[in-house]
Design a protein around this ligand. Structure first.
Ligand code: UD1
Ligand code: CA
Length: 449
């Protein structure tokens, strides 16, 4: 039987934040979510999340799940105290208990599996993940004697010699839960931090083993924002390198960020300062950026998006967007269309081969195939209370600076005169024009003087 405890009750004072530490995010996911995801891959029987500081916020951040239970630790007297609270609340302390610090977010299920395998195959009382750090500052130092761990000494309790020791405790442990329960209540807080340390159980248990892994960034703990940023860098490097090996070119990789859940096709070029977030998909042969932000959107093949922002939308193939366009949620833009300079589109369907080239706002609209929207044209979709729809049929030509007052339905092959304010629906093939006739008053200047 496998149970897991995730320690997430601390405030995270060193983050200098009003948000609990485990709710800070890296690459769009909270630290806690990441640890839970790694644990879930082990199919545990139950996961206990120990919460305390801002417990409601932490609990609410996790979607309801049958095998996740929350244990309240108040006050928070240390990592050992957290596990005391757990052991005293749960009746059956059977099988293995895997304990993870909630602030070590890059831990992989592979490493956890290795820990469990070592623990079971060697029949250990406790096994924990260690690594040698060039700079071990801040971590507990792990001392091994005759292949068993003798003790862990926290940074603040180290003497000068112990502080030089490079093998550190990653904060990830597998215990025989029955044995842990018998020793956990004897932990004391007679140390420099006056905390009850979980790490003190090691010297109380008989057979303590170390799974030493390479220091590849996976075990980076987060106590402050410098370490938060370090983890972001580590994860982004991994994500981008994965895409590079699958055929994506990054022109300036360090300036770009890609979410884990985004897909990118072959021969896509990601230019500098481009960010692809959420659940996005970029298909083959697109050029994205520079300076582009895409979130929760699908971009089909052969698109070029430059200096633009796209949210929750679908961009079909062979489309050019930008520079400086803003595609707001709920847009579907069909093949071979062109959305040009300084254009905003929201909740609209733009059919094939449409051109909206310059300085337009299109909201709540359906624009038919091959229609051209002249420079500066605007759909006036809001009457102060409600949003209304604009429909323009195919092959239409909207003159520059047309204002379309919605709700409005222009037919197919309609032309509007430049500068018109259109308030009434029109038939197919009409010329629609609404502007005062031009008056030329001759010799005007001469008469005035
Ligand atoms: C801890 C370890 C240290 C290890 C390091 C790895 C102890 C005593 N020390 O130190 O050996 O090298 O992690 O990153 O365990 N928490 C609670 N309740 C509490 C206190 C803490 O749930 O009462 C949670 C925190 O929210 C955090 C985790 O436990 O997620 C670790 O606590 P933290 O104070 O960050 O421990 P470290 O000083 O980093
Ligand atoms: Ca920590």
């Amino acid at each position: 039987m496998l149970s897991i405890a995730i320690l997430a009750a601390g405030k995270g004072t060193r983050m200098a934040s009003s948000i609990p530490k485990v709710l800070h995010e890296i690459s769009g996911k909270t630290l806690l979510e990441r640890v839970i995801n790694a644990c879930s891959e082990l199919n545990p029987d139950q996961i206990f999340v120990i919460i305390g500081h801002k417990s409601k916020e932490v609990q609410d951040s996790i979607p309801h799940s049958k095998n996740i239970k929350f244990i309240i630790q108040k006050p928070q007297l240390g990592t050992g105290h957290a596990i005391q609270v757990l052991c005293n609340q749960v009746e059956k302390n059977k099988g293995n208990l895997l304990v993870l610090n909630g602030d070590v977010p890059l831990i992989t299920s592979d490493t956890l599996k290795k820990l469990l395998t070592l623990h079971d195959s060697k029949n250990a009382d406790v096994s924990l993940v260690t690594t040698k750090k060039k700079n071990p500052h801040g971590y507990g130092r792990v001392f091994i004697k005759k292949s068993f761990i003798e003790k862990i000494v926290e940074e603040k309790d180290c003497n000068n010699q112990e502080r030089q020791h490079l093998l550190i405790n990653a904060g990830i442990y597998c215990f025989k839960w029955g044995k842990l329960s018998k020793t956990i209540n004897s932990l004391k807080s007679n140390n420099n931090q006056k905390e009850i340390y979980l790490t003190d159980t090691i010297s109380l248990l008989n057979k303590s083993l170390s799974l030493e892994v390479d220091d590849n960034g996976e075990l980076q703990g987060i106590n402050n924002r410098i370490q938060l940023s370090k983890c972001e860098e580590i994860i982004q490097k991994l994500i981008k390198e994965k895409h590079m090996l699958k055929g994506v070119t990054f022109i300036n990789a360090p300036s770009c960020s890609i979410s884990e859940d985004s897909e990118i096709g072959k021969d896509v070029i990601i230019e500098a300062n481009t960010h692809i977030r959420g659940n996005s998909k970029i298909s083959d042969n697109c050029v994205i950026g520079p300076n582009t932000f895409i979130e929760n959107s699908i971009v089909e093949k052969n698109c070029k998006i430059l200096n633009s922002t796209v949210y929750n939308s679908q961009i079909m193939d062979h489309i050019k967007i930008g520079p400086y366009s803003h595609i707001r949620p709920n847009c579907k833009i069909y093949s071979h269309s062109k959305i040009g300079n300084f254009v905003e589109i929201k909740n609209s369907q733009i059919e094939d081969e449409v051109k909206v080239n310059h300085l337009s706002y299109i909201g709540d609209s359906i624009i038919g195939k091959s229609t051209n929207i002249g420079a500066g044209s605007i759909t006036a979709n809001f009457d102060g209370q409600k949003k209304h729809q604009t429909k323009i049929g195919k092959n239409s030509s909207i003159g520059a600076n047309t204002v379309l007052i919605a709700p409005i339905n222009l037919g197919e092959s309609v032309t509007t005169g430049a500068g018109s304010v259109i308030t009434k629906d029109s038939q197919d093939n009409s010329l629609v024009i609404s502007r005062p006739k031009q008056v030329n008053i001759e010799n005007w200047k001469k008469n005035k003087s």
